[in-house]
Design a protein around this ligand. Structure first.
Ligand code: OGA
Ligand code: MN
Length: 202
C-alpha cells in the first residue's frame, strides 16, 4: 500500500492543480477481487442505472450518463480493504491539507460498450458537501485503443486523458474539476467515491 511520500505528492498536486493520477495505487490481487465482485453483482442483476428517476427524468439522465452502479456497503473483504485504503488516504490528506474530509460514499460502476458520462462537476459550491472525488479502475489488460478515457478539463480545454487501467487512482476536487467519461469499445469497470466534508455540528 502507498507510503507517506505518495500521499505527500497527492496533497501537493491537489493544492497546486486540483487533481492527480497515481498508477498502481492498489495491489493487483485487491483489484482482481473487486473486479470479480462487480462482475458477479452484475450477473445477479444487482446494478442499477445511475441517477435513476421516473419517466422524463430517467430519459434525461440517459442523455447525461449511462453507467450502472452498485453502492459499496463493506460487505466483502475486498470492499473492506478498499475502504480501509481510502480511510488511510483521508487521514493523510486531512493532515496535509486541512480539508476536513469525513465520510466516504462509493459505488461500483459498469459502463457498457459505448456508454458515457458527459462533462460534469461532482459537486456544486455551496450545494452538496462532496469535497474530494476518488476514482479507481478495475480493468485488467485494458487495450491501448479501447477508449473509455476519463477526460479532465479546465473550462473547455482538455488537460489530460486518463486511461481506465487497473490499479490507477484519480483524485480531484469535486467542486472544481470538470470531467467526462468517454465511450469505450469494451465494458469498463470502476469505483467512484466521494469524501464529504465534516459537518460543523450546527
Ligand atoms: C462519476 C465519474 C469517472 C470515471 O461517477 O462521477 O465521473 O472515470 N466517474 O468512472
Ligand atoms: Mn464525476
Amino acid at each position: 500500500m502507498p507510503n507517506s511520500e505518495v500521499h505527500q505528492s497527492i496533497a501537493t498536486a491537489l493544492s497546486t492543480q486540483g487533481w492527480c493520477v497515481i498508477e498502481n495505487y492498489f495491489p493487483a490481487p485487491l483489484i482482481e477481487h473487486l473486479a470479480a465482485e462487480v462482475l458477479a453483482l452484475h450477473k445477479h442483476q444487482a446494478l442499477r442505472p445511475a441517477g435513476i428517476g421516473r419517466g422524463q427524468q430517467l430519459q434525461q439522465d440517459r442523455n447525461i450518463r449511462q453507467d450502472c452502479i452498485h453502492w459499496l456497503d463493506g460487505s466483502s473483504l475486498a470492499q473492506q480493504q478498499y475502504l480501509t485504503a481510502m480511510t488511510t488516504l483521508k487521514h493523510a490528506l486531512n493532515q496535509e491539507l486541512y480539508l476536513g474530509l469525513d465520510e466516504l460514499e462509493a459505488h461500483f460502476a459498469i459502463y457498457a460498450p459505448g456508454a458515457f458520462y458527459q462533462k460534469h462537476l461532482d459537486s456544486f459550491q455551496g450545494a452538496a458537501n462532496r469535497i474530494l472525488s476518488v476514482v479507481s479502475y478495475l480493468n485488467l489488460d485494458w487495450p491501448e485503443d479501447a477508449g473509455g478515457n476519463l477526460s479532465i478539463y479546465a473550462q473547455d480545454e482538455v488537460l489530460t486523458q486518463v486511461k481506465p487501467e487497473a490499479g490507477k487512482l484519480v483524485v480531484f476536487l469535486s467542486e472544481e474539476i470538470p470531467h467526462a467519461v468517454q465511450p469505450a469499445t469494451l465494458q469498463r469497470l470502476s469505483i467512484a467515491g466521494w469524501f464529504r466534508r465534516r459537518s460543523n455540528g450546527l
